[in-house]
Unconditional design. Structure first.
Ligand code: ADP
Length: 460
């Protein structure tokens, strides 16, 4: 039997467990069961589906500490961040449970004395949900819970970097008598995911790299099924000269360095007006240097390790490329000395040019390139100088300018000053190569549904 070995990237890659990789036969069987279950689950009323999921939500809440610790061990994420994340994702489940009924209620489009027309939302069928490692529990919540609520059955594959979190999720999901085939998991790397999506499924829900997303989108096209894809990002943040510098530094820090810089929606390119450039860089340097990188399980730690050795190697290559091309390291720029693990110090880079990898690739780690601009047009052009279009941030005290720029930026979300877009009611997703479709909010539920129009005589 082939196994996935789970290691701790923050503790010299020590082995913390192992999980059997799903065989082709097991994948085929799970998809077949999901297909058998789809009629029962579709015909289970929405109210009943909500009732099935409520105790699952309660058990996730009571076992949140286990999720937090396992996430810290498997991914190197600081335990304090892991706790905050789990809490946020639990709130998201609550929002899903509380809002799915209104999101999917029938919608009357036209009515007169004789006839009535309405839209109803129906499940699509079997969803293959495939997730990355940066929010092991969170991505499960985002992908699996709304699919189950709208009536799709799910075969779930968590990232190969965090199979133990996957096992814990499977155990909890298995404790609540969901009908057989409504939810199941498969384990393994990309080959297992590929086998899964090539089976008889009706929908792909994927979060991960743009490269894999494009492969899945192609396959979805051939199979002629829907794919909801949330992919990479290289979010720009523009700081205009009238921004309140004191108030923005902590947000810039959090948006770039949260989860050690390993989120798709992170701020990845900082674009600062030349007149305040030095001041912003100096203040950010101070903020960064006040943070502690180290053992994720220590509650004093701000930044843990990266999730895997391969991520460290990739990041080192990106920074080396920048330095070779003339970038200046303001702080950081190296891994942590005397500790074995995938650690990298939070890093600020200036003297950035557009041929550098840190500018034109997604940087999934604690590295922030800062570039200056002269005019509003320059800033917009720099912000849009990316294949991605997930999110963006604008700091200015001029409301008209904020709206003008927000309109011209090519991204799925725009945050102006200190307001976050992260509310469960707000749809999330990207322009350009950041994805296809939206998650969360009313729109997020509807993305996972078939839309049917019923036009009928009025019955008397
Ligand atoms: P990352 O490099 O950030 O892990 P990937 O896109 O490689 O991003 O992986 C995200 C998820 O997609 C993981 O669960 C991974 O196993 C899975 N995956 C990778 N390649 C494929 C593929 N060709 N088909 C299906 N799933 C895949």
């Amino acid at each position: 039997m082939k196994k996935l070995i789970s290691t701790n990237p923050a503790k010299d890659y020590e082995v913390i467990g192992e999980v059997a990789i799903s065989t082709d036969e097991e994948i085929i069987e799970k998809v077949a069961e999901a297909n058998k279950a789809k009629t029962i689950w579709k015909e289970t009323s929405l109210k009943e589906r909500i009732e099935f999921l409520k105790p699952i939500y309660e058990e996730f809440k009571t076992r949140a500490n286990e999720i937090d610790l396992l996430t810290a061990k498997e991914t190197g994420i600081a335990l304090t961040e892991s706790k905050a994340n789990t809490n946020g994702h639990l709130n998201k489940i609550k929002w899903f449970l509380d809002n799915v009924e209104s999101a999917l209620s029938d919608e009357i489009t036209s009515e007169d004395d004789k006839s009535i027309h309405k839209i109803i939302y129906e499940p699509i069928g079997v969803a293959a949900v495939i997730t990355p490692w940066n929010h092991p529990f969170g991505m499960f919540v985002w992908g699996v819970i709304p699919n189950l609520l709208v009536g799709n059955t799910v075969v779930f594959k968590i990232s190969e970097e965090c199979p133990l979190v996957g096992k814990l999720i499977e155990e909890i999901m298995g404790n609540h008598n969901l009908p057989v085939g409504v939810f199941s998991e498969v384990y393994g790397a990309g080959d297992v995911g590929w086998k899964l999506v090539n089976e008889k499924i009706d929908l792909i829900w994927f979060t991960g790299s743009t490269k894999t997303g494009q492969q899945l989108y192609k396959l979805a096209g051939e199979k002629f099924i829907k794919a909801v894809l949330e992919l990479g990002g290289s979010n720009p943040c523009i700081v205009f000269e009238d921004a309140d510098i004191q108030k923005i530094i902590s947000k810039i820090y959090i948006k770039r360095f949260k989860l050690c810089g390993q989120t798709c929606d992170a701020l990845k390119r900082l674009i600062v007006h030349h007149s305040i450039f030095d001041e912003v860089v100096e203040k950010l340097k101070k903020e960064i240097e006040s943070k502690k990188t180290g053992d994720p399980e220590n509650l004093e730690t701000d930044l843990g390790s990266l999730a895997a050795q391969r991520q460290l190697t990739l990041l080192e290559g990106q920074v080396k490329d920048a330095v070779d091309k003339g970038a200046k390291i303001i702080t950081g720029g190296r891994s942590l000395k005397n500790v074995n693990g995938a650690y990298y110090l939070p890093t600020l880079l200036t003297n950035i040019s557009k041929d550098m990898r840190v500018w034109n690739e997604e940087v999934f780690g604690p590295v922030l390139p800062v570039i200056s601009f002269e005019t509003e047009e320059d800033a917009i052009s720099l912000a849009n100088d990316t294949i991605y279009g997930l999110g963006s941030i604008i700091f200015t005290n001029d409301q008209k300018r904020a709206m003008r720029v927000a309109f011209k930026i090519e991204s799925g979300t725009v945050e102006i000053n200190n307001t976050t877009h992260w509310l469960s009611c707000n749809p999330f997703g990207g322009y350009k190569k950041s994805g296809m479709g939206r998650e969360h909010g009313i729109i997020g539920f509807r993305e996972l549904c078939q839309l049917k129009v019923i036009s009928m005589d009025k019955f008397r």
